[in-house]
Design a protein around this ligand. Structure first.
Ligand code: 9WO
Length: 225
């Protein structure tokens, strides 16, 4: 899969080349491209923002550099073009799995007060929010989306991880323990050291249900959020 990120702050994305995503990139499963929107401005001073019509605080990203950057990233319009915005539909694991089937994602990151609406109307297929809060820009949400999607690319995670996730049926995860058996007076639950895998599965499922009931009862009622 190819993911192209369009941003005025390309240096923020050095973090993405590290960790599991970096491994996916080096193995050729993920082609991560970061384009600087400023490289596409036709303004002689390289300006990419201007004052909002109608007044108000802050600056708005002008449509020309955004439009030209999208067209450079995806000239044949084969990509799914996404704008990260608090106005979008909230991202879910279901949507992440669907997006992982795409050949090419173009992620547009707004900054300042946002992007001129005409660039969104003309060049964007879908707006996605990662949650109900406002940040200073869409860059962190774009990284979140890229990370979630990359987990589903073949060979990025160990085969067991996603299988386990699908068996968890939308419940929260049970607690994990590793060595030592005793830490600051607290012991690893006996059942996990018993070697009885039927008992272990039963204990983990019970824990998952308990944690979900306490933290996210909406998930048990089959609600979205
Ligand atoms: C600012 C603002 C102030 C008062 C009331 C509503 C408001 N919305 C915004 C706003 O959307 N600012 C944006 C900053 C402009 C575009 C990029 N920015 C952004 C994207 N902040 N937060 C996101 C974002 C994207 C996806 N998921 C969660 C948050």
């Amino acid at each position: 899969m190819k993911i192209t990120i369009l941003t005025l702050f390309p240096e923020m994305f050095s973090a993405l080349h590290a960790s599991i995503l970096g491994r996916a990139e080096r193995s050729g499963k993920l082609d991560l491209e970061v384009l600087d929107i400023r490289d596409y401005t036709e303004d002689k001073h390289k300006k990419c923002d201007d004052y909002p019509f109608g007044g108000g605080a802050g600056m708005v990203m002008t449509p020309q550099p955004v439009g030209s950057a999208v067209e450079a990233a995806d000239p044949a319009h084969r990509a799914r073009r996404i704008y990260l915005s608090p106005k979008g539909r909230t991202l879910t694991q279901q949507r992440v799995m669907e997006l992982a089937e795409e050949e090419h994602l173009v992620l547009l990151c707004g900054h300042y007060e946002g992007v001129d609406q005409r660039a969104i109307d003309l060049f964007i297929d879908e707006e996605i929010s990662i949650g109900d809060y406002v940040l200073t820009g869409g860059e962190l949400p774009a990284m979140v989306l890229a990370d979630c999607v990359a987990r589903y690319l073949d060979g990025v995670l160990s085969p067991g991880s996603l299988v386990q996730e699908s068996f968890s049926e939308g419940l929260l995860e049970y607690p994990h323990y590793t060595r030592p058996v005793e830490y600051r007076g607290m012991e690893v639950p006996e059942v996990l050291r018993s070697g009885n895998h039927a008992e272990i599965d039963r204990w983990r499922r019970e824990q998952s249900l308990r944690i979900t009931e306490r933290q996210r009862p909406d998930l048990l009622k089959g609600e979205k959020a």
